[in-house]
Ligand binder design. Sequence first.
Ligand SMILES: [Zn+2]
Length: 409
Amino acid sequence: MLKVNADRLLADLAELSQIGATSDGGVSRPALTAADIEARDWYRGKIAEAGLDYAMDGAGNQSAILGSDPPSAKRILAGSHLDSVPNGGRFDGALGVMVAFEALRTLKDHGITPGVSLEAVNFTDEEGAIMGLMGSRAVAGQLSAEDFDRAKIDKAELARRLAAVDISRDSMLHARRDDVLAWAELHIEQGTRLESGEIAIGVVNAIVGIRALRVTFKGEAAHAGTKPMELRRDALWGAAEFVLRARKHIMDNFMPGVCNIGKIDAKPGAFNIVPAEAHLALEFRHGSTAELDRMETALLELLEKCAAEYDLSVSWEGTPTVRPARMSETVMRAIESAAQGLGLPHQRMLSFAGHDTQSMASIAPAAMYFVPSKLGISHNPKEFTADEDCVNGANMMLRTLLELLRRFA
Ligand SMILES: [Zn+2]
């Protein structure tokens, strides 16, 4: 059975983790900063060393290419991202790029020429130092000029970072690709479902959609001592009632959906004033649009109910939403047959975090799979995936690509 070179993969992962290394064992490689550029240069060097072809598109996405003979117009892509959150871990993204690269190297070592060209991609700015999923959204044709106006860094800094890798806002806006036959990504789970279930591989069937609302409860400010309790219109009481009831309602009715209230502000905001206003940042996620619609209706009804109980008014304002991305049945089956071939226990599951795969799913059959993360810790220097799981992930990618070649080439 064809297997990747495990020692080579693990040695490269160790080497990569030294780039942007933090003293506590993590890495800090925000997109297009010096550390990220060093990682990009390192990847380019590795590609040359492996004798694979190299390409970079207008979005700064880097590809190792194992070409078909004759060269094909369409391609099968796999990969992830080498950038990290500030003070993040060694595996998030990096493992996904390296297993795709290792799979291509293994095929080349064995003199296998694929029926269509294969690419191992490092997408630019997945983590959002600039805007998030930037490279993959560019490839999917989802970036607009407004995205650049809303970038998290100022215009001059953005232009400087793009120029550092010879790309520009304009080249990014024209980086859409229409040559992608299929896409696959490995990522660490960043959760505990695999570890606690002793499952080696999580086959993602959808990446959750995210909706977020800014909620305002309004009551009346009053003296915190003299106003009788029964006459108060305390905006925070309504908000607090909502927070715990929303938790119960989602757990009782919408699992595996989740909701979060990540911020509460009471105004005017003093020890001795009954709050006139309470502001909540409410977010909820689910893998299905229909369920998201039902969750939204239920949460809005609950807001009205909690406001009425405390004689308050309530209003809300939506923020940009992320639609759920359903994964391709064909690519999921390719991943599952890879797991079966390797004798690895696997299970379908939702991804509650965003990934480049959600961009790719809009232009090609796409799916992704997870390997376990110790204790689910992620975006943290303590992030850890065992060597065995890294190697399993790479052999999974090798077989998944072979399966995809059978189905798409
Ligand atoms: Zn990631």
